[in-house]
Design a protein around this ligand. Structure first.
Ligand code: S3P
Length: 187
């Protein structure tokens, strides 16, 4: 197991996680790339709820939305949390809508810590503007729409989270280092 390189002598040496770490936040906040960077930094496994759904269903998220609808996708999302429950503690990047169901939040809280990666609508827009794989933004790829959806969602992200990590201006390695250096060393 790799040790994190940024901890000073005498600080906690992580040798695995005691419980899951869920990364939540809006589409394009950098959850997946941060999860990978954090996984590399800490030497622990990571997974992604969207990727798990794609593997289980054998088709892309946009196709699931198109053919089966959002409600079907949300049911899959809730079901994935049961698969995660039986996994070794790891880092989990969640789809941006995971917090929409209270039951999902309760399940995540039972399994570990929840970190909210926050970003401004402008930052989000720069990350998602060329994306064709986010059905909720199809035809709505603009800052006012992102802001509107974020205003509805941010209270849910805040209510669910154990900590908020402001990511604007940071790359995934920077966000991972911030998480590890400011948050994880205290748990
Ligand atoms: C969604 C976010 C997406 C994906 C789906 C719905 C949402 O994941 O789960 O398109 O409702 O915010 P990312 O947050 O990884 O883009």
């Amino acid at each position: 197991m790799k040790k994190p390189i940024f901890l000073r002598k005498g600080e906690i040496e992580m040798s695995g996680l005691k419980e899951h770490i869920f990364l939540i936040g809006f589409m394009g906040a950098g959850k997946t790339s941060t999860s990978r960077a954090l996984s590399h930094m800490l030497g622990v496994k990571e997974t992604d709820t969207d990727a798990m759904i794609v593997e289980k269903e054998g088709c892309q998220i946009s196709v699931i939305f198109e053919k089966k609808g959002e409600e079907y996708f949300r049911n899959l999302e809730t079901g994935i949390l049961d698969d995660i429950k039986i996994m070794e503690p790891c880092i989990i990047s969640c789809g941006g809508g995971m917090v929409l169901r209270e039951e999902n939040v309760l399940k995540m809280k039972e399994m570990g810590k929840i970190l909210f990666l926050s970003a401004t609508p402008e930052t989000i827009y720069t990350h998602v503007k060329d994306s064709l794989s986010r059905p909720l933004l199809n035809g709505n790829m603009n800052i006012p729409y992102i802001k509107k959806l974020m205003d509805e969602r941010v209270p849910k992200y805040l209510a669910a989270s154990d900590a908020v990590i402001v990511t604007d201006g940071l790359d995934p390695k920077g966000v991972a280092a911030k998480i590890a250096g400011t948050y994880l060393k205290n748990i």
